[in-house]
Ligand binder design. Sequence first.
Ligand code: NAP
Ligand code: GDD
Length: 343
Amino acid sequence: MPKKIALISGITGQDGSYLAELLLSKKYIVHGIKRKSSSFNTSRLDHFFKNKDFFLHYGDVTDSLSVNSLVDKIRPDEIYNLAAQSHVSVSFDLPLYTSEVDALGTMRFLEAIKNLDLISKTKFYQASTSELFGKVREIPQNEETPFYPRSPYGVAKLFSFWSVINYREAYNIHASNGILFNHESPRRGETFVTRKITMAAAAISKGIQKDLYLGNLNAKRDWGHAKDFVEMMWLILQQKEPSDFVAATGKNYTVREFVEKAFKVVGIDIIFKGKGLDEVGISSSDGREIVKVNKNYFRPSEVDELIGDYSKAKRILKWEPKISLDSLVEEMVLNDIKLLEKN
Ligand code: NAP
Ligand code: GDD
């Protein structure tokens, strides 16, 4: 049997790198789209760069010509559209750019599949998100829960979510949404809250950093491991029928609890005192004020609580998350300590 060919947009990101690794282990030929950057942006791919079945192409999902010509040249069996301006907070500062990438980028792929006569060949995966649930209408959230996005990022992803369904119904494209709740890893971008915390725990334990400034400590998230979640992306495209699936762990924690867990890994017991902007996280052993609240990290509108119900994925895909939050936190903190020691 010839090897399957996959095209991944957003391959240089957290999920792209884990997904590429997974597909290469399954003997796919993997093509990835990377953006032109003035600095090196492929560090997450270093360890399999020399694999003979791995190819990188310059491209940008805001550029219809580049999307169209890459899809035409590669004619993939599977497209995973992971490219996004993925930072919710940044999307308030860059709403138009975020829409261009996160909304229209998706439609460029769907149009390419339709116009290049690839409907019967190419399956399409869209990186949808629990941010669609936003101001949640029910707890926990599943595939039937109404959406209420709370940011330009969420709104742009809503456009993509429905474009996928529309192209599926209108043109019979095998196009599916993975509605993924937050997932993290040692490869998580450094400005997302979990990585910001694990890097700070590592640096503070080494005496390199004094304190950590955060925003809303009360926000609750359902945090899983990216490795588990990319497996679900692949499973979705192996189904005969396209459909939309929630991927989550079914448990949620506050940002405050994540802080406590991360600092515990380095032997610092954090106790929170005070309220609102005056709340501080204190080291119980020596009274140091380690965690402080800064209003600059609050968002104009917040998603207070996310928790997913992944029973559809469990039933149909036989998918379940394997890695617990405690092991995820430990892996992230220990990796950040290793990085500090290396540098
Ligand atoms: P990430 O680390 O921020 O990666 C985003 C990727 O998109 C990077 O490779 C980035 O390239 C690329 N990209 C950005 N703009 C682009 C453009 N105009 N053209 C081509 N590529 C572009 O995000 P992630 O955490 O891996 O998430 C992957 C996808 O899943 C995203 O669509 C995100 O919105 C979605 N999602 C993530 C989560 C989560 O918790 N991680 C949950 C639900 C959904 P550079 O490296 O050059 O910046
Ligand atoms: N980034 C950040 N930085 N977030 C903070 C901070 C801080 O200093 N302090 C508190 N938070 C809170 C945010 O207000 C939010 O409620 C929560 O921590 C998580 O923020 P992020 O880690 O930035 O992730 P997110 O939930 O907004 O978005 C991520 O998950 C989505 C899926 O639900 C991203 O990966 C999105 O791309 C993804 O779609």
